[in-house]
Write a protein that binds this ligand. Structure first.
Ligand code: ATP
Ligand code: MG
Length: 137
Protein backbone atom coordinates (compact mmCIF):
# COMPACT_ATOMS: atom_id res chain seq x y z
CA UNK A 1 0.00 0.00 0.00
CA UNK A 2 1.11 3.53 -0.74
CA UNK A 3 -0.27 6.96 0.14
CA UNK A 4 -0.37 10.13 -1.90
CA UNK A 5 -1.53 13.67 -1.38
CA UNK A 6 -4.25 15.11 -3.63
CA UNK A 7 -6.09 18.41 -3.96
CA UNK A 8 -9.38 19.20 -5.62
CA UNK A 9 -8.44 22.74 -6.62
CA UNK A 10 -10.57 25.90 -6.16
CA UNK A 11 -11.76 25.93 -9.80
CA UNK A 12 -13.42 22.53 -9.38
CA UNK A 13 -14.76 23.20 -5.87
CA UNK A 14 -16.25 26.55 -6.93
CA UNK A 15 -17.85 24.91 -9.97
CA UNK A 16 -19.48 22.32 -7.65
CA UNK A 17 -17.54 19.42 -9.18
CA UNK A 18 -15.89 18.20 -5.95
CA UNK A 19 -18.52 15.52 -5.43
CA UNK A 20 -18.15 14.23 -8.99
CA UNK A 21 -14.36 14.07 -8.62
CA UNK A 22 -14.61 12.31 -5.23
CA UNK A 23 -16.93 9.79 -6.80
CA UNK A 24 -14.33 9.06 -9.50
CA UNK A 25 -11.67 8.69 -6.78
CA UNK A 26 -13.81 6.12 -4.98
CA UNK A 27 -14.71 4.29 -8.20
CA UNK A 28 -10.99 4.02 -9.01
CA UNK A 29 -10.44 2.14 -5.75
CA UNK A 30 -8.60 4.70 -3.64
CA UNK A 31 -9.27 4.71 0.10
CA UNK A 32 -9.82 8.22 1.42
CA UNK A 33 -7.56 8.28 4.49
CA UNK A 34 -8.09 11.96 5.36
CA UNK A 35 -10.09 14.81 3.83
CA UNK A 36 -10.59 18.50 4.68
CA UNK A 37 -12.15 21.54 3.01
CA UNK A 38 -9.75 24.47 3.43
CA UNK A 39 -9.44 27.93 1.92
CA UNK A 40 -5.65 28.35 1.75
CA UNK A 41 -4.02 31.65 2.57
CA UNK A 42 -1.64 33.07 0.01
CA UNK A 43 1.28 32.17 2.33
CA UNK A 44 0.07 28.57 2.66
CA UNK A 45 -0.20 28.25 -1.13
CA UNK A 46 3.29 29.75 -1.53
CA UNK A 47 4.72 27.28 1.00
CA UNK A 48 3.05 24.36 -0.71
CA UNK A 49 4.29 25.32 -4.18
CA UNK A 50 7.71 26.59 -2.98
CA UNK A 51 9.46 24.36 -5.57
CA UNK A 52 7.86 26.53 -8.27
CA UNK A 53 8.87 29.87 -6.69
CA UNK A 54 11.15 30.80 -9.61
CA UNK A 55 8.59 29.92 -12.32
CA UNK A 56 6.90 32.77 -14.21
CA UNK A 57 3.44 31.46 -13.25
CA UNK A 58 4.15 31.30 -9.48
CA UNK A 59 2.28 34.47 -8.56
CA UNK A 60 -0.73 33.59 -10.66
CA UNK A 61 -0.71 29.98 -9.41
CA UNK A 62 -0.64 30.96 -5.72
CA UNK A 63 -3.37 33.56 -6.37
CA UNK A 64 -5.50 30.84 -7.91
CA UNK A 65 -4.82 28.30 -5.17
CA UNK A 66 -5.85 30.81 -2.50
CA UNK A 67 -8.90 32.08 -4.42
CA UNK A 68 -11.42 29.70 -2.83
CA UNK A 69 -11.67 26.48 -0.84
CA UNK A 70 -9.73 23.34 -1.78
CA UNK A 71 -10.51 19.75 -0.85
CA UNK A 72 -7.32 18.32 0.66
CA UNK A 73 -7.00 14.53 0.51
CA UNK A 74 -4.76 11.70 1.65
CA UNK A 75 -5.39 8.75 -0.68
CA UNK A 76 -4.26 5.15 -0.29
CA UNK A 77 -3.97 2.35 -2.86
CA UNK A 78 -1.33 0.04 -4.27
CA UNK A 79 1.01 2.29 -6.31
CA UNK A 80 -1.15 5.30 -5.31
CA UNK A 81 1.26 8.02 -6.48
CA UNK A 82 1.46 6.79 -10.07
CA UNK A 83 -2.17 5.69 -10.23
CA UNK A 84 -3.46 9.05 -8.99
CA UNK A 85 -1.31 10.94 -11.52
CA UNK A 86 -2.65 8.62 -14.24
CA UNK A 87 -6.25 9.29 -13.19
CA UNK A 88 -5.58 13.07 -13.20
CA UNK A 89 -4.00 13.09 -16.67
CA UNK A 90 -1.55 15.59 -18.16
CA UNK A 91 -1.04 19.00 -16.51
CA UNK A 92 -2.61 20.70 -19.54
CA UNK A 93 -6.22 19.46 -19.92
CA UNK A 94 -5.93 20.00 -23.68
CA UNK A 95 -3.21 17.31 -23.74
CA UNK A 96 -4.83 14.98 -21.19
CA UNK A 97 -6.14 11.59 -22.31
CA UNK A 98 -9.88 10.92 -22.58
CA UNK A 99 -11.34 9.70 -19.32
CA UNK A 100 -8.90 11.58 -17.09
CA UNK A 101 -10.02 14.09 -14.47
CA UNK A 102 -8.16 17.03 -16.00
CA UNK A 103 -9.68 16.25 -19.40
CA UNK A 104 -13.16 16.12 -17.89
CA UNK A 105 -12.92 18.90 -15.27
CA UNK A 106 -9.92 21.12 -16.12
CA UNK A 107 -10.18 24.37 -18.04
CA UNK A 108 -6.56 25.31 -18.76
CA UNK A 109 -2.96 24.41 -17.87
CA UNK A 110 -3.39 26.55 -14.75
CA UNK A 111 -7.02 25.87 -13.80
CA UNK A 112 -6.63 22.12 -14.03
CA UNK A 113 -8.95 20.87 -11.28
CA UNK A 114 -6.62 18.57 -9.33
CA UNK A 115 -3.15 18.18 -7.83
CA UNK A 116 -1.16 15.05 -7.09
CA UNK A 117 2.23 14.37 -5.51
CA UNK A 118 4.84 13.38 -8.10
CA UNK A 119 7.17 11.13 -6.02
CA UNK A 120 7.37 9.40 -2.61
CA UNK A 121 9.44 12.23 -1.07
CA UNK A 122 6.98 14.84 -2.37
CA UNK A 123 4.03 12.84 -1.05
CA UNK A 124 5.65 12.64 2.41
CA UNK A 125 6.28 16.40 2.45
CA UNK A 126 2.82 17.30 1.16
CA UNK A 127 0.91 14.92 3.47
CA UNK A 128 2.83 16.34 6.42
CA UNK A 129 2.31 19.93 5.27
CA UNK A 130 -1.47 19.63 5.54
CA UNK A 131 -2.30 16.70 7.86
CA UNK A 132 -1.32 15.85 11.40
CA UNK A 133 -0.18 12.31 12.18
CA UNK A 134 -3.39 11.62 14.11
CA UNK A 135 -5.47 12.30 10.98
CA UNK A 136 -3.49 9.83 8.86
CA UNK A 137 -4.76 6.52 10.25
P1 ATP B 1 0.38 19.59 -9.68
O1 ATP B 1 1.72 19.80 -9.02
O2 ATP B 1 -0.62 20.68 -9.38
O3 ATP B 1 -0.18 18.21 -9.45
P2 ATP B 1 1.70 18.98 -12.16
O4 ATP B 1 2.67 18.22 -11.30
O5 ATP B 1 1.02 18.25 -13.27
O6 ATP B 1 0.57 19.66 -11.27
P3 ATP B 1 3.54 21.20 -12.13
O7 ATP B 1 4.57 21.39 -13.17
O8 ATP B 1 3.95 20.69 -10.79
O9 ATP B 1 2.41 20.25 -12.77
O10 ATP B 1 2.77 22.59 -11.97
C1 ATP B 1 2.05 22.88 -10.81
C2 ATP B 1 0.79 23.61 -11.18
O11 ATP B 1 1.14 24.88 -11.71
C3 ATP B 1 -0.04 22.98 -12.30
O12 ATP B 1 -0.91 21.97 -11.84
C4 ATP B 1 -0.80 24.15 -12.83
O13 ATP B 1 -1.92 24.48 -12.00
C5 ATP B 1 0.24 25.26 -12.75
N1 ATP B 1 1.01 25.39 -13.98
C6 ATP B 1 1.92 24.53 -14.49
N2 ATP B 1 2.45 24.97 -15.64
C7 ATP B 1 1.84 26.17 -15.88
C8 ATP B 1 1.95 27.15 -16.90
N3 ATP B 1 2.79 26.99 -17.93
N4 ATP B 1 1.18 28.25 -16.81
C9 ATP B 1 0.33 28.43 -15.76
N5 ATP B 1 0.19 27.55 -14.76
C10 ATP B 1 0.93 26.44 -14.81
MG1 MG C 1 3.59 19.05 -9.57
Amino acid sequence: MERTFAIIKPDAVTAARAGAILSRIEQAGFRVVAMRLQHLTRAQAEGFYAVHAARPFFSSLTDFMSSGPCVLLALEAPDAIKRWRALMGATDPAKADAGTLRKDFGQSIEFNATHGSDAPETAAFELGYFFRGLELR
